[in-house]
Design a protein around this ligand. Structure first.
Ligand SMILES: *[C@@H]1O[C@H](CO)[C@@H](O)[C@H](O)[C@H]1NC(C)=O
Ligand SMILES: *[C@@H]1O[C@H](CO)[C@@H](O)[C@H](O)[C@H]1NC(C)=O
Ligand SMILES: *[C@@H]1O[C@H](CO)[C@@H](O)[C@H](O)[C@H]1NC(C)=O
Ligand SMILES: *[C@@H]1O[C@H](CO)[C@@H](O)[C@H](O)[C@H]1NC(C)=O
Length: 392
């Protein structure tokens, strides 16, 4: 078999067909990158206008970017900002909203199009806020303030919602709460955008759920079929350094979605425990492969690692491979649509590393391109690179 990149030569034969990416840096910039198949370059850099840009929600159809603010100090809070994307990645600020401290992730949801509202997870201030779109400079539409704590006195003294994830039906919003050891479940009222907490799954105390991603077998077409076909929520756990598979059940008659734990695995062969200091970051899926970033595990010292897991048809995982993140503290990563490249955002080394990916086996290959953006960070600080997404 030919190496997968052979098939890409026509695509990247001219600079005109290059691919682009967006990368946010905590030093208040959003950066437009160009990848020509062998080299990654900075095409433009724009001030975000907020204080600690932590995340990018990219609306490819609406040609818009939403960037929340992790600012965790001061009395005034932060702002979520939105941009319209023009030709050659030209950005125009289109709106903003006032947010409480510590927003670390956002998700579009609700309305007829599934993107009429946006939710923010606030790690620092133990809450989720929502806004109606477009952002009009105002206050949140809704604020859900959580209570609770768990067993780790340093990280679990209060709720710390870390992610907001819409389920495949668009009817539920899932919030992994690292501080309270809960996976909170909310019913979405699609017209008003109102969220109603309707239950929670309870990981083992000390798990620290951080990020999640839904998976369905190929070909799942309707909600009824999905329910019968092993819809699974995979969650990356930052404190236990494991990935868990939760079976998803949909109620008949409009009740709350429920989750039941079916499997937990470490990111390493033989379910070996992670090295002290490791903090699992993001999880993403492409086809029947799940990937986690294993921040600060130093498996490829000085670099950290990513793990590839294979998802079987019933939604269970098996470890497949662990490969280099080509930098330290891989906070963020994104797989392109063709599935032949992965962009890894290493926070502390502040670089975007592009590695080849075999679309059939899901295996991550060698480093193809690498670009430092802005200033490097300090381990464990909120600086360096915060987010990367393919602009496609
Ligand atoms: C990609 O860009 C690099 C650096 O500008 C250049 O050397 C290389 O020839 C380009 N490759 C293609 C396929 O355009
Ligand atoms: C929010 O929008 C207003 C009105 O356009 C603008 O004056 C302000 O600078 C914006 N703030 C941020 C943080 O983007
Ligand atoms: C893997 O190890 C974790 C603890 O790190 C444990 O909770 C889990 O049950 C183990 N999984 C398997 C399949 O043995
Ligand atoms: C770590 O990653 C960098 C790219 O950021 C690469 O140049 C270097 O060779 C890697 N080091 C090791 C030991 O793999």
């Amino acid at each position: 078999m030919l190496p997968s990149h052979t098939f890409l030569l026509p695509l990247f034969a001219s600079a005109a067909s290059a691919a682009n990416l967006w990368a946010a840096h905590y030093s208040r910039t959003i950066n437009y990158l160009t990848f020509n198949g062998s080299s990654l370059t900075l095409s433009s850099s724009t001030a975000t206008g907020n204080l600690l840009p932590s995340w990018i929600t990219y609306d490819s159809i609406g040609k818009a970017l939403y960037i929340p603010d992790e600012v965790f100090y001061g009395a005034t809070g932060g702002s979520i900002v939105s941009f319209a994307i023009g030709t050659n990645g030209r950005l125009t600020a289109t709106g903003n909203g006032s947010t409480p401290l510590g927003a670390v992730a956002t998700a579009l949801y609700g309305g007829a199009d599934g993107k009429s509202f946006i939710a923010n997870a606030h790690y620092q201030s133990s809450q989720v806020t929502t806004f109606k779109l477009p952002l009009d400079g105002g206050q949140p539409l809704q604020t859900l303030k959580y209570t609770g704590k768990s067993v780790n006195p340093y990280r679990q003294e209060a709720p710390h919602p870390h992610h907001v994830i819409v389920d495949p039906t668009g009817d539920f919003m899932i919030v992994p709460d690292l501080g309270a050891d809960l996976i909170r479940i909310h019913k979405i009222e699609k017209t008003s955008g109102k969220l109603t907490e309707c239950g929670a799954a309870k990981p083992v105390p000390g798990t620290g759920p951080r990020h999640g991603v839904f998976w369905q077998p190929a070909g799942a077409a309707s909600r009824v079929r999905r329910a019968a076909e092993a819809t699974t929520l995979f969650v990356g756990n930052e404190l236990s350094n494991t990935v868990s598979a939760w079976a998803v059940s949909y109620p008949s008659g409009g009740g709350c979605l429920s989750l039941s734990l079916k499997q937990t695995l470490s990111p390493y062969q033989g379910n070996t425990t992670a090295a002290r200091g490791t903090k699992i970051g993001e999880v993403h899926i492409k086809d029947s492969f799940l990937y986690s970033t294993n921040r600060n595990d130093k498996k490829f010292a000085p670099n950290d690692s990513l793990t590839q897991y294979t998802i079987s048809s019933d939604g269970t995982l098996s470890w497949t491979d662990t490969t280099s993140s080509y930098g330290t503290y891989p906070r963020t990563f994104d797989i392109n649509k063709a599935g032949d490249y992965v962009a890894i955002g290493d926070q502390t080394t502040s670089n975007v590393a592009i590695v080849a990916r075999d679309p059939t086996t899901g295996k991550l290959g060698s480093l193809v391109a690498d670009l430092r953006i802005g200033s490097v960070g300090v381990p464990e600080n909120e600086d360096g690179l915060s987010a990367v997404v393919w602009a496609e």
